[in-house]
Design a protein around this ligand. Structure first.
Ligand code: ADE
Length: 264
């Protein structure tokens, strides 16, 4: 704080003292998902020469003030070789780790699209707050390692947020594939998941390691146990559901602004 001007120091100190949420980190995997929020919150992209990330990392950060909050939105950027969004658990964990270390957020929001399960009541466009996360593609059939692999954990509970915003609650299962292999399906069912994504449990693992509360906002682009092939349905609905996700995240952030962590 020593390098901040006096008024800013007092500001920051007052906020910290009151225990209010002041720094929110939004972690998103895809550029298309992230950019609507960047525009909505009027965030600026941090220039490469001022990056908080190692210089060879393709990770991108946007930041700005919104209501009472300082928002950092990070995405893993494009794969250095293939030029597509670096989706999946490896990039998500690395990015979350680096962001927590430097930004020290009060709260993490991992937002993105997901596949939903009709058998658990999901429809395209539904927005879920994940109550629990787990992995479904880390099979280690040795006692205790099996549980480590699945890595089931409860997310930070936000009963007031859930009630106020009327989102659906459900368990989230994470794996590194868009499709669902039969062995994955077995574990997804065991995980009692309503939605499946490619980042959530990895973000949760890192957030828990550094005792940072994290919430998971997931909007369903496709119905995994539906009639349509996943890839086709995902691509067809991506644009519309991304707009739904944007509205949902804005509502979450509006709710959070001016609140304590214990108010959520
Ligand atoms: N993101 C959107 N749809 C998904 C699916 N079916 N599986 C994993 N991640 C997704």
């Amino acid at each position: 704080m020593a390098s901040l001007p006096r008024a800013k120091q007092l500001d920051a100190a007052a906020t910290a003292e009151a225990g209010m949420i002041s720094k929110v980190l939004i972690v998103m995997a895809m550029e298309a998902e992230a950019m609507l929020l960047v525009h909505n919150f009027k965030l600026d992209e941090a220039p490469a020469h001022e990056s908080i990330f190692p210089k060879d990392a393709p990770w991108i950060r946007y930041h700005g003030k919104y209501k009472s909050l300082h928002i950092d939105l990070v995405r893993p950027g494009k794969d250095i070789i293939f030029g597509v969004d670096s989706v999946g658990t490896v990039s998500a964990a690395l990015l979350t780790y680096a962001s927590i270390q430097t930004l020290k957020p009060d709260l993490i929001i991992n937002a993105g699209t997901a596949g939903g399960f009709n058998a658990k009541g999901a429809s395209v466009g539904d927005v879920y707050l994940a109550s629990d996360v787990a992995f479904h593609d880390r099979r280690i059939p040795i006692p205790v390692f099996d549980m480590y692999g699945v890595g089931a954990r409860k997310t930070f509970a936000t009963p007031n947020l859930l009630k106020e915003l009327n989102f659906k609650a459900g368990k989230l299962s994470t794996g590194d594939s868009l499709d669902m292999a039969p062995q994955d399906e077995e574990i997804i069912v065991r995980n009692d998941a309503t939605v499946k994504d490619m980042e959530g449990a990895a973000v949760a693992y890192v957030a828990d390691m550094f005792s940072t509360p994290a919430i998971f906002v997931k909007a369903a682009t496709d119905i995994v146990d539906g009639e349509k092939p996943t890839t086709e349905e995902f691509l067809m609905n991506l644009r519309a559901v991304t707009a739904t996700l944007e509205l949902a995240v804005v509502k979450v952030v509006d709710f959070i602004s001016g609140k304590h962590i214990s108010d959520l």
